[in-house]
Design a protein around this ligand. Structure first.
Ligand code: A2P
Length: 276
């Protein structure tokens, strides 16, 4: 049984979802269909992934009501200005084929462009118009968060950031706890790079689980929202099968020790300026 995490706006999100970054657009409907069949109820996509249509197709074909599903998408980097953001949102909704989005995030802050406050104001407008249930951000550092909160008085419900055992973001997590912002971990398996880590393999063996299941379990026990990606049916099923075991205090302590400088695998949000 996967818990739901309460958000600061009164809504809630399933703690474990399926990420579809790098899932081939041509197979996304099939992959998301497998996920829904396996029990996932939260799907995380983005305009920049190019596979929103596939997610929409799977939602439409799902054997569960739309209201049981939690769909997240993200505003692309080149659309921070209000008019562009409104158009991008409409395009996302057309592709997803749904009436209301559960969660919409600003994908990257792009501080050098400095239009993310305008983008945030537009998301607030869309939420207030009832088109989105919850709004949040992705890859925002505390200084970016301070700015949007300071300029609008609206605190994001979530911030989706890179986070995994080799990059645990402890200081950043304290900031989020103080502000009531829930963290979603992207690349929760370290983009797959942690799967042959010997220390994690030892913990996995102790519980007779896979390394991926062990890492996903760690995110859950840390109170994080987690969205592992897989295009493989068996791995999609296995990654969801994490409710039946518990990491103990020794395991959790050992994983805390795996945090390391340079553990980041993706771009640094403070300087990232790419269009996505
Ligand atoms: P694949 O899609 O072939 O399963 P992250 O979520 O950290 O970005 O990691 C995603 C990567 O990890 C993908 O390359 C994915 O490949 C791989 N992956 C996901 N789940 C598992 C698993 N249970 N075992 C091995 N590799 C996995």
């Amino acid at each position: 049984m996967i818990d739901r995490i309460p958000l600061n706006d009164g809504n809630s999100i399933p703690q474990l979802g399926l990420g579809v970054w790098q899932v081939d657009p041509a197979s996304t409907a099939k992959v998301v269909g497998w996920g829904i069949e396996a029990g996932y109820r939260s799907i995380d996509t983005a305009e920049g992934y190019g596979n929103e249509e596939g997610v929409g197709e799977a939602v439409c074909a799902a054997p569960v009501p739309r209201s049981d599903l939690f769909i997240t998408s993200k505003l692309r980097n080149s659309a921070h200005e209000r008019d562009a953001a409104l158009r991008a949102f409409d395009a996302t909704m057309r592709k997803l084929g749904i009436d209301q989005l559960d969660l919409f995030l600003i994908h990257w802050p792009l501080p050098a462009r400095d239009r993310y406050v305008e983008a945030w104001k537009t998301l607030v407008e869309l939420r207030d118009a009832g088109r989105i249930r919850s709004i949040g951000v992705s890859n925002f550092n505390p200084d970016h968060l301070d700015r949007i909160i300071g300029e609008t008085g609206v605190t994001p419900a979530v911030n989706q950031i890179e986070l995994h055992p080799a990059f645990q973001q402890r200081k950043v997590r304290d900031y989020h706890a103080r502000h009531g912002i829930r963290i979603e971990s992207w690349s929760p398996l370290g983009s797959g790079r942690l799967l042959d880590d010997p220390a994690l393999a030892a913990i996995a063996r102790k519980h007779d689980r896979t390394v991926a299941q062990t890492i996903i379990r760690w995110h859950l026990q840390e109170g994080l929202i987690v969205i592992p990606k897989s295009s493989n049916r068996d791995r999609i099923v296995a990654n969801f099968d994490v409710a039946g075991f518990q990491l103990d205090a020794d395991d959790m302590k050992a994983i805390v020790g795996m945090d390391r400088p340079g553990g980041r695998t993706g771009p640094d949000p403070a300087v990232a300026s790419f269009m996505f």
